[in-house]
Design a protein around this ligand. Sequence first.
Ligand code: ZN
Length: 208
Amino acid sequence: MPPVWQTNNVKIVRWITGCGGPIYGEIMALRTILEFPDPRLRTRARPVTEFNAALGKLIEDLLETMYAAPGIGLAATQIDVHQRVIVIDVSDARTEPLALINPEILAREGEESTEEGCLSVPGVYDDVKRAARIRVRSQDPGGATLERDYDGLLAVCIQHEMDHLEGKLFVDYLSDLKRERIRKKLEKERKERSGRAAVGAAGAHRAL
Ligand SMILES: [Zn+2]
């Protein structure tokens, strides 16, 4: 299986406007994705109790941020919102968004190893073993409860995103040595990136 999880070569484009409103309204809904080892990624999310307009807005922001990244899944935890909400779209055409609220795994079956990546751990891919099939109870954005079976990439993605809600990252499944190496690599890249952003911000409209 190719590393379809997500690519890391496109960063969120943040438009900076000199005066007035945003240049592109829809882009303003993009949220910053926290990156490992940010301690906020270790927060355990709270259940959603109100199925209101604010929840709808959160789901929209999550989807826009996920599509723009681009990724195939995003948990609220990753944008520093600690509610049990995940969004996923594993379709090739990117036209099948799925939002799971308060997801719970009721049953697991089989085991499969898949190469995973994560928008919060950019540029890192490694094999993780997870259940091949899962039965999940969740709520939809309107609060209705549904129970469904998932397999394949969708099952992997749901388990990965649900880990985020527990403050867990896919690199936690790797060895301590590997995780430490990843942490150092990302720190170095972040330093290089912030140096570039400082230079670019003066003259350009956007920071990559
Ligand atoms: Zn992730």
